[in-house]
Design a protein around this ligand. Sequence first.
Ligand code: IMP
Ligand code: MG
Length: 180
Amino acid sequence: MQMKDVTVLFDEQQIRERISQIGRQINADYGGQEVLVVGILKGAFIFMADLVRELELPVKIDFLQVSSYGKATISSGEIHIKKKLDDAIEGKHVLIVEDIIDTGITLSRICEILQTRNPASLKICCLLDKPSRRQVTTIRPDYVGFSIDDHFVVGWGLDYDQQYRQLPVVGILDPSVYTK
Ligand code: IMP
Ligand code: MG
């Protein structure tokens, strides 16, 4: 059972409560306008499923999957798009949903690319934020579930080596898992 490897930071009830609050905020902010919710695969899939069910707006969804070109080029922000958006976003209110913002490098590149396609608006919603790790300071999420200290966390969609995504909590992964 993978729960033995984690120290719970946020349990299921806390996470559901917070997502419901964010949903109400988004409902108020968009005032009935249609939103295109863009999930960043894979980590956002569970958070996004929860979030869209809180929205009382016309909602369309799409997904984007990117990968970095490797350590040497991460800092330059080079990303490779593995799954592109299905439709044009021009004139649409786009809400990016991400699992966690760390350095902000990935999201800054994604935002640059999407901004060139002239959306009506572009906002960011993340479940978790590690502000102390930020390298791209221009990336400021509009909606944040929880700000956390610099820990490696898993669960609620977040993985370590593609595992732990299904855990119904967000928890700190025991370092012995990745140091052995
Ligand atoms: P950034 O470009 O450094 O902001 O990278 C953010 C991405 O790194 C997230 O979408 C996650 O896939 C991954 N990531 C960063 N921190 C964690 C963590 O604590 N647990 C799991 N994945 C993480
Ligand atoms: Mg991710």
